[in-house]
Ligand binder design. Structure first.
Ligand SMILES: N[C@@H](CCC(=O)N[C@@H](CS)C(=O)NCC(=O)O)C(=O)O
Length: 331
């Protein structure tokens, strides 16, 4: 049996849980205590979720984990589209979810008073629901202070706030239109991209400020999240690879090309130049944050994956990436 160490308020944990459920891979959800201890004890980076494989191996980082599950359980219920063009776009949108939409999750959770108060409770009670009042208050305050102290590091600043909030609204509006026409991003079955967006948006659908916004302006996104949380009963098809991509999917890719990818490229440059700051204009507004090493790895992985695709795939994929304004950041 697999064991997934994580907890409900963690976007990457609920992403991984939804993948295991959709894939019908039996697992135990270990969500009490401090799930990060499982990573530390195994000498892994101290992040959750951590997945223990039936042979006892432990691994973390949801993207390589999802691909490891593809290798262990190939075939039916794969979350990688059969068409390599769609598979690449799914990887790209998953990364957009994991690394850009996460800025929205972190911003709303730690910027607004009501969200900060709720998140502290949710995190502390997930670790121990019956902690005595004194230690509980102290744990809530300590967690709040730690996360608020990290906001600038991940780009959640007053300067960047309009870019992040407008991007949240764009994703909501576009996804809302999409899921009213097509059940998941690449057809009537979910892809890795769906799960990447799901992880962050699931948390945004619970934290009070973004939840109110989501329910008011994108109720179908809210319902899509509920469906995707346990999609073990979904049996669907991928989009026809020969047909043009739906407008809504193109719009999401274009948005990625206007927001996340310029940031990713500027981040890589800043790290190469040893600069202390990533600064660029996003949709005509100034955006700045400290460089982030993990996201340079994400950029590199996307570029290497594109470079490894054969000419037949590139002949179909490059025009899509070009039209979406993504190609120059990836080639
Ligand atoms: N790239 C990793 C990110 C995992 C991650 O950042 N997890 C957060 C919780 S959602 C974490 O453990 N952060 C470290 C901490 O809070 O100490 C993944 O996809 O799993």
């Amino acid at each position: 049996m697999y064991v997934l160490y994580g907890f409900d308020p963690s976007p990457y944990s609920v992403k991984m849980r939804a993948i295991l459920r959709y894939r019908r891979i039996p697992f135990i959800w270990k969500a009490s205590g401090n799930p990060r201890d499982a990573a530390v004890a195994a000498g892994l980076p101290p992040v959750i979720p951590v997945l223990q494989f039936p042979d006892g191996r432990l691994m973390n980082d949801s993207t390589p984990l999802a691909h490891a599950l593809e290798r262990e359980h190939p075939g039916a219920r794969s979350i990688v589209p059969d068409d390599p063009v769609q598979a690449y776009l799914s990887d790209l949108l998953e990364d957009f979810g994991d690394e850009w939409v996460t800025k929205m999750m972190f911003h709303y959770r730690w910027y607004y008073e009501a969200d900060r108060a709720f998140a502290q409770t949710w995190v502390v009670t997930s670790r121990d629901p019956v902690m005595p009042a004194g230690p509980r208050r102290a744990a809530m305050q300590a967690f709040n202070d730690r996360q608020v102290g990290r906001m600038a590091m991940v780009g959640c600043t007053e300067q960047n706030r309009p870019i992040i909030e407008d991007s949240y609204r764009f994703v909501l509006d576009t996804l809302d239109r999409h899921v009213r026409a097509i059940p998941f991003l690449f057809g009537s079955r979910p892809s890795l991209a769906d799960f990447g967006l799901f992880g962050q948006l699931q948390i945004l659908s619970v934290d009070p400020t973004p939840m109110a916004e989501m329910r008011a302006r994108a109720p179908d996104v809210y319902c899509w999240l509920l469906r995707l949380d346990d999609a073990s009963g979904v049996d669907g098809e991928w989009l026809d690879a020969a047909a043009p991509l739906p407008d809504t999917l193109m719009a999401l890719l274009k948005h990625c090309g206007e927001t996340y990818l310029p940031f990713l490229a500027a981040n890589t440059c800043a790290l190469q130049d040893g600069a202390g700051e990533v600064a660029l204009d996003i949709q005509g507004r100034p955006y700045a944050q400290a460089p982030f090493r993990y996201q340079a790895k994400c950029h590199d992985a996307l570029r290497k994956k594109l470079a490894a695709l054969g000419p037949d795939v590139r002949r179909r994929l490059d025009p899509v990436l070009e039209q979406a304004g993504c190609l120059s950041f990836l080639a």
